[in-house]
Design a protein. Sequence first.
Length: 202
Amino acid sequence: MSNTRNLLTMIIVAAGCMGVGLTRCAVADATSAPATTSQAHTAVTLTAASVLTPESLSDGQIVAIASAMDESDVEAAKLALWRSANEGTQRFAESVMNAYISMNDDLLSVARSQDIHTIESSFCEGLKGERESVKRRLATLYGSGFDREYLDAQRRGYEHELDLLDTTLIPMARNSELKAALEARRSSVFQHIRMAEQLRGG
């Protein structure tokens, strides 16, 4: 029952994965909270109401969600390496890119070895769309404005990813090898939350 409540109240904070190059999403009854705009910074905070129940995510759907987050984080890091001139931001982006390429490779390797076929879900498509909107916002920024938005978005995204792992993906994974692969990525997600906070002075 707690998993159901978590899913029904889940707040997707668009960020971390940053949905670069991901497909258009359509999640039923999705709504977005208004963004707060200032001259220096626009915080993009989007929410989605999901009708998923604990029984409605298969292992294949879980792999698709985790892989989509990995791929979008890598693409966001590539954008940061191109747009940012800040040494700290570039080091962070390089760390993200290397870590998430490796995690996605490991995830898909487990899926292949366990004969788990990737399956899309409305939740995954909604997540992709949320992150695509953040990518579009970042694509309009340069310099210090980009650095602020990118680091804040990554921190929010990783916090959401950590919550998603703990409350949904890990508990709902049925295959033991998949569950272990999801648990193994928690430390990297947590590490990048801390790195983003330090770079933003938090």
